[in-house]
Design a protein around this ligand. Structure first.
Ligand code: NAD
Length: 546
């Protein structure tokens, strides 16, 4: 159980003993021993350590944030606001480790990446179980969270091909070679909704490109990232190459401002993302920031109805709608508006409950504030004229231990229009807003006028309509009969417009380009000069190297 993670060393020990633990802490969950059920209110919470120099370190902080199990609202663990000294220690550790990691041969870094990927696969259920406990999603969905991260780690093993230099003999006996070199220390600031996948969107590539990392997991779900770092160390990542710090704004500000940090990767909401992007860019750092979203699914009358309904309900209500690529708006074109009754009938059959319960299709929301926000958006939208065709408010699983959980069952609002809160705001909950239009052009106009550009999906059997749609739609990730079109990591996560700030997206070629800087080396070894014994005269004109 997670509350026993401090192994035999009790958190009730004296301060003196805690100091001693700085070098001896370890995670108590293992590949074969991890939580499989919810804790009780009486269980002692686990104090999340930091990870510095490949050691789990108990924080000296006086400020600790409670982490609640979203299904019960029991406190399962606590996470510190890392102290100034701990932040300094982590950044200094990453900075110190950089030169020797950069100079470690690529074949060795690749070897570590292979081992890391294998360990992630081996520990998948362990990581997933901690995600269920801290984040609330269902176990099978949490396995998907780990798998999508693992896929990036596996793709990173191809670095010996991806980082090959370009070279050309640009002039007789003169060659230019372009290599890409690592930047230095990269900070990664992560959201709550994908506790494993998002740290793994950047970490494997940070490692194989020869950078070092300071990661700040979401203060709501740090457990998965802790295990991931333990596995990286087991795979052979040297001390200092990966570090984890915790906390809220103070931690983020330090990561933005410290001159030793050369790049920031951020995934999360608009407010934090804009702040980090603007402040980091102004300080001359590279920043990539994935932000919020409002993803539409457009259905044309020729779409296979049941296939569409199944895909829609999975994408709208899976993970309790807490995916940045969740479908939150259904755009019915023409007579497909008549299909809503069947959509609602099937959505009502989805089971909301504990993530550890195999029969659950969706778990709770992350916290009571998210539940209250979703409920108020539903209420305001109904007041503004929307129809509540499926109302998931007030839902509670039968078991009394979930009486205080943040549950919202699938909810569907029809008659939605821009200007209503349900359309204008990211709800991040299992709430589907339905907008009716008469033509595909109206659907395209609606979506292109929405400020976000993360994902969109079209369901049709017409290749011509699909072609028409993909060429006109201004959204970064387009699915045709695919409801959540997130590319696998041989491509990049290409959210656009209001959903992304920066020039280079996460993972894939763009991810490697983001994490490296180009260097050209032009060398002349004149064969001719051996024969002619030629000595070049000084030339003050611009060299054109013909
Ligand atoms: P969040 O913005 O609240 O938090 C993200 C991170 O930023 C956390 O580590 C948090 O500690 C930090 N943070 C929060 N407010 C801050 C502030 N004012 N200053 C500095 N740092 C701050 O996001 P969240 O609630 O954890 O995650 C949900 C959001 O993330 C949703 O909007 C979702 O769409 C988005 N998201 C986007 C993607 C994507 O790829 N586009 C993927 C996952 C999540």
């Amino acid at each position: 159980m997670l509350s026993k993670v401090l192994k035999s060393r009790s958190i009730r020990s004296s301060t003196q003993k805690l100091m001693r633990y700085k070098t001896t802490l370890s995670l108590s969950s293992t590949t074969t021993s991890y939580p499989t059920q919810h804790t009780t209110a009486q269980d002692e919470p686990y104090f999340t350590p930091s990870f510095i120099d490949n050691k789990f370190v108990k924080s000296d902080s006086t400020e600790w944030f409670d982490i609640h199990d979203p299904a019960t609202n029991n406190v399962v663990s606590k996470v510190p606001q890392s102290t100034d000294a701990e932040l300094e220690e982590a950044i200094a550790s990453a900075h110190k480790a950089f030169p020797s990691w950069r100079d470690t041969s690529i074949i060795k870094r690749q070897g570590v990446a292979f081992k890391f990927a294998a360990l992630l696969r081996e520990n998948m259920d362990r990581i997933a179980s901690v995600i269920v406990l801290e984040q609330g999603k269902t176990f099978v969905d949490a396995q998907g969270d780990v798998t999508r991260g693992l896929q990036v780690a596996e793709a990173a093993c191809n670095i010996t091909n991806d980082l090959k230099a370009e070279s050309l003999e640009v002039s007789t006996d003169m060659e230019t070679k372009m290599v890409r070199e690592p930047l230095g220390v990269v900070a990664s600031i992560c959201p709550f909704n994908f506790p494993a996948m998002v740290p793994l969107w950047s970490l494997p590539l940070i490692l194989v490109t020869g950078n070092t990392a300071v990661i700040k997991p979401s203060e709501r779900v740090p457990g998965a990232a802790m295990i991931i770092c333990e596995l990286a160390a087991q795979a052979g990542v040297p001390p200092g190459v990966i570090n984890i710090v915790h906390g809220k704004h103070a931690t983020v500000n330090k990561l933005i401002e410290d001159p030793r940090i050369k790049a920031l990767t951020f995934v999360g909401g608009d407010k934090a993302g804009k702040y980090i992007y603007e402040k980091g860019s102004a300080l001359g750092k590279r920043v990539q920031a994935n932000l919020g979203a409002k993803n539409h699914l457009v259905v044309l009358p020729d779409a296979p109805k049941q296939q569409f309904i199944n895909a829609l309900n999975g994408a709208a209500f899976g993970a309790a709608g807490q995916r940045c690529m969740a479908i939150s708006v259904l755009v019915t074109v023409g007579k497909t508006r008549e299909w809503i009754e069947d959509v609602a009938k099937d959505a009502s059959k989805l089971i909301t409950g504990s993530g550890f319960d195999k029969s659950s299709d969706l778990g709770p929301l992350i916290n009571p504030e998210s539940l209250t926000k979703a409920e108020s958006i539903i209420e305001d939208s109904v007041k503004a004229g929307a129809n509540l065709v499926l109302d998931g408010r007030g839902f509670r699983p039968d078991d009394a231990k979930f009486a205080k959980g943040n549950f919202l069952a699938p909810t569907i609002l029809t008659g939605i229009k821009p200007g209503m809160r349900a359309y204008d705001e990211e709800i991040f909950a299992p709430v589907l807003s339905v907008v009716n239009v008469d033509t595909i052009d109206e659907a395209i106009e609606l979506i292109n006028n929405n400020p976000y550009g993360n994902g969109v999906s079209l369901f049709t059997q017409s290749g011509a309509y699909a072609q028409y749609f993909t060429k006109r739609i201004d959204v970064g990730q387009v699915g045709i009969n695919v409801p959540i079109p997130v590319p696998l990591p041989m491509f990049s996560f290409t959210g656009s417009r209001g959903s992304f700030l920066g020039d280079l997206n996460f993972y894939g070629k763009a991810g490697i380009t983001f994490l490296t800087k180009p260097k050209t080396i032009t060398a002349a070894w004149k064969v001719q000069s051996i024969a002619d014994d030629e000595i070049l005269k000084p030339s003050t004109s611009m060299p054109i190297q013909q």
